[in-house]
Design a protein around this ligand. Structure first.
Ligand code: FE
Ligand code: CA
Length: 528
């Protein structure tokens, strides 16, 4: 079994990055016991420490099941979670009632040290469109009970879907108060669009403090993810309904592009090894299917999810497969570099997968759940001097325009783009070229603000009038903290921009700042 320190030694010994080693590393990871298979437990947990400090979670539901997750960690801030270096047997059970009396599925699995004693059970054979409760047990300890649901049958047309999307939860910059309200929102699903953690070292004098220095090793990322997940508001929301998760940059390193660091001096081999650490810890902590199990520094995170024929989600990964940002990550006019057809956020494989998924979709609403802003929003005083973020879709304008053109030409029904990353709220009309305000609107983008990153924000950003005048695609913008709650029916899509009064101390209140509606068959958002 390779661990990353062995891998590093081997790489140093071979004098460079070896694909063979990464494949060996991936193969070693894949050889851990098959989930759900009952193998001999090599140890029993002793003592009275609760191994379920990180709670339970579920995710990636389909019409007959979902992933049930937990991770054994009596001491979540220890690199090994306070667990022995041995596999531990864990029982799981699914019931139709909260009291866990009517058990409909159960089994045993192993929590292995290779995967940080995480448990990912993929349940099957459950009823579609149905709520369930689940729990884990090991030795004498019982986990909290989680609530989850299956998706409706793929051919059915559900009357409604309630979900929320959220992003950017810097632990030091604010409390996760938004999740307190979200728990009361009666949601079928939560979508996390990334920056679930921040990799930075702990800094004094903030709302809370990260444990340790900047995350680099597998142990560092495990501890960081555990510190975040040990937050009861976050953990309880995971136990409330299934989540679809994707990452942005800070799950690994700020503004990375594929294997390229924003720091020119970074050693590419070291950087890829670090990516393997970050991705493995992320997989361990999230309710992801086995199809997302990392292979060395690679991990397949883009995937689809269907809520009957009402909505189909394409969950994207715009970090791992992208080409480097033009203009060394700095903002730029839309010049030849930004417009180059060589630039790609998706990579060819993901782009082809996305297009074929969209063509095959029978859904009323076709949703891209992704990271960075697609609206071509320019910043500057005058139309002539506008600069665009090269870390977002405008740095990859050629691919972006072809994608919107594809949605238009193929008549993909009601495309909606969900975005995180920039710690601010936006509603954008998307056109092939957003600078051409007279062209037809093809899709609608809802950008959701951060749940805590940036601390308390502003209702009215500076120069808002100028921004709106220069960018007719923007319908709404503010910089408060919060999340976006969506109510979807066959006829309308409503996005409520939920904002938090104060994230710096407990007791912040959550209210709806604005609501925007899209009517099925008519692109573009209107204020409700
Ligand atoms: Fe962020
Ligand atoms: Ca980000």
């Amino acid at each position: 079994m390779f661990d990353s320190s062995e891998l590093r030694k081997a790489v140093v010994a071979e004098g460079g990055l070896s694909r063979r080693l990464f494949l060996a590393y991936g193969a070693a990871l894949s050889s851990v016991p098959v989930l759900g298979q009952v193998a001999q437990a090599t140890t029993r947990l002793r003592g009275t420490d609760d191994p379920f400090t990180l709670g339970v979670a579920s995710g990636d539901p389909d019409e007959q099941g979902m992933v049930l997750w937990t991770r054994l960690a009596p001491n979540p801030l220890d690199p090994d979670g306070g667990m022995p270096a041995a596999a531990v047997e864990v029982e799981w059970m699914v019931a139709e009632d909260e009291a866990m009396n009517n058990i409909v599925a159960a089994g045993k699995t192993l929590a292995t040290p290779q995967l940080g004693h995480s448990v990912h059970v993929e349940t099957r054979g459950l009823k579609p469109d149905h709520w369930y409760w689940y729990r884990f047990r090991t030795a004498d300890a019982e986990s909290p009970v989680g609530r989850t649901r299956t998706m409706p049958a793929p051919t059915s047309l559900p009357e409604r879907l309630n979900f929320a999307f959220v992003s950017c939860q810097h632990y030091e910059e604010g409390l996760f108060t938004g999740y307190e309200q979200m728990k009361r929102d009666d949601l079928d699903l939560v979508i996390h669009l990334g920056d679930y953690i921040y990799e930075y070292a702990g800094i004094d004098g903030r709302v809370r403090k990260h444990v340790g220095s900047e995350a680099k090793s597998l142990a560092d990322y495990r501890v960081r993810l555990s510190q975040y997940r040990a937050d009861p508001l976050l953990s309880q929301m995971h136990a409330q309904c299934p989540w679809l998760v994707t990452w942005d940059d800070h799950e690994f390193d700020n503004n990375y592009a594929g294997g390229i660091s924003e720091e020119i001096s970074a050693d590419p081999t070291e950087f890829l090894l670090r990516r393997a650490n970050a991705y493995q810890a992320y997989y361990e902590m999230m309710p992801l299917r086995r199809s997302s199990l990392p292979q060395g520094p690679d991990m397949r995170l883009y995937r689809g999810a269907k809520f009957g024929r009402l909505a189909e989600f394409q969950v994207l990964d715009t970090r791992q497969h992208r080409t480097d940002q033009p203009n060394r990550d700095r903002s730029s006019p839309l010049n030849d570099f930004a417009l180059s057809r060589e630039n790609s956020l998706l990579g060819r494989q993901q782009r082809n997968w996305l297009k074929s998924s969209l063509i095959q979709s029978h859904a009323t609403w076709n949703v891209l759940a992704q990271q960075v802003m697609m609206g071509m929003v320019g910043f500057g005083r005058t139309q002539e001097s506008l600069r665009y973020s090269m870390d977002q879709w405008p740095g990859y304008t050629y691919e972006r325009m072809r994608l919107i053109e594809f949605l238009d030409e193929r008549r993909i029904p009601n495309p909606v783009v969900l975005t995180g990353d920039i710690h601010s709220n936006w509603v954008n009309d998307l056109r092939i070229d957003d600078r051409k305000a007279d062209d037809p609107v093809v899709a609608t983008e809802f950008v959701g603000t951060s749940i805590s990153s940036g601390g308390n924000g502003q209702v009215a950003p500076r120069n808002l009038d100028q921004l709106l005048k220069n960018n007719p695609c923007v319908k709404f913008h503010n910089q408060e903290r919060g999340y976006v709650r969506c109510h979807v029916t066959p006829k309308t899509w409503t996005s409520d921009y939920m904002v938090i009064s104060d994230v710096t101390q407990p007791g912040g209140t959550v209210t709806s700042r604005a609501s925007y509606v899209v009517e099925a068959g008519r692109a573009g958002a209107q204020q409700a």
